[in-house]
Design a protein around this ligand. Sequence first.
Ligand SMILES: *Cc1c(COP(=O)(O)O)cnc(C)c1O
Length: 442
Amino acid sequence: MRSRLRVTADEVPFSVMHSFHYRDGELFCEEVRLAQAAEEFGTPLYLYSAATILDHYHRLDRALHEIDHLISYAVKANSNGAILKLLSNAGAGFDIVSGGELFRVLRAGGDPGRCTFAGVGKTPEEMGYALEQRVYCLNVESEGELERIEEIADAKNIRAPVALRINPDVQAHTHEYVSTGSEENKFGITLADAPRLYARAAQMRHIDLRGVQMHIGSQITAAAPFAEAIRKVTPLARELKEKYGIEFLSIGGGLGIVYERSIASGERAWWAEGHQLSIQEYADAILPELRGLGLRILLEPGRLLVGNAGVLLTRVLYLKESGRKRFAVVDAGMNDLIRPALYGSYHEIVPVEQPSTEQRSEIDIVGPVCESGDFLARDREMPPVAAGDLLAVMSTGAYGFTMASNYNSRLLPAEALVDGNCVRLIRRRQTWQDLVCGETDC
Ligand SMILES: *Cc1c(COP(=O)(O)O)cnc(C)c1O
């Protein structure tokens, strides 16, 4: 094992670098006491660290400084306007998957010329909107979609900048619901089909071939699948550059973060767990393939930028025992954070007040929703928990709020952003009136 002393900042798994830490016996985000934020805004509350988001962005940016690149934040990970504004001001572009996400980016002052539009099921309305707003590129996933874009561009008499999403057929070794780069997935066009489709697109009167794209999955914690996918696609990228003058290769997102033991076991707990993917390792693996390509490289990280930058604060409502099981019923449920129920995801959960004992015992942390799948953690070793305690569900900045719903007519939680010693509300909690405001027959 390598010596801890020789670890440089960029070798530390990027995901563990976050601004949540215990100080004076309680959990802080940057200079803000989480207990104070919960007091002020109520629970459940998503709370994000601006410093952590920018730190991840800048470190990835620096690691790639030697090549022409653009970091296009995948908006679906966390689409709050305040976060989009933060990243837009830092120079990020945006990878969007719906007209709604483009609307959000524009509203936050994002540059459409730095937006790429992904997704297998873009509607004609969404395509028209994106073309009118002059997005940088539409990433196309099927021949039918290509034909539709040509039709719409023809009707509007505008140029349509297009890239094809290639499915490089690699195994990303991640959860089956978030693996996208093998031939069994619905995503992309096979390498074998690509030359014919590019040739066809080149014949279309309104299409400008601008790039080639891929994205092999999410929460990938090894560099090898990224490198393999790039190796498989670069010959095609070279050929397309020569034939059609494409200007970019997008290598997608999918960089994994650390979900386990990022805080409870103390500083650098990840080290004992074995080496995880670091920015430097990722850059070392991909740069050799990309250096001589002469193409602009787009990256589409979502989870990496915001995942470890957020927590979900929730309060314990009741303790309950049944048979041998113990439950802590909390005020956040699967409607607030669906990842444990949907993917069986692990999120570290820590008390906001630092535990004064080493004592741990198993407990299920469950929400108020009427489903047995409504849990945040099962059989979790936790320090003593009491009704009224405040808990922080760690690493919930990505695919947390954006996947929240009103199931059980529960209100969408509030969101807050910390910047230094300031914390401000960036989305107010919903009200009961919000629940019914779109309903028309009552
Ligand atoms: C979801 C998605 C991403 C972001 O994935 P992360 O795992 O959050 O980095 C990037 N590109 C495309 C096309 C996506 O669908």
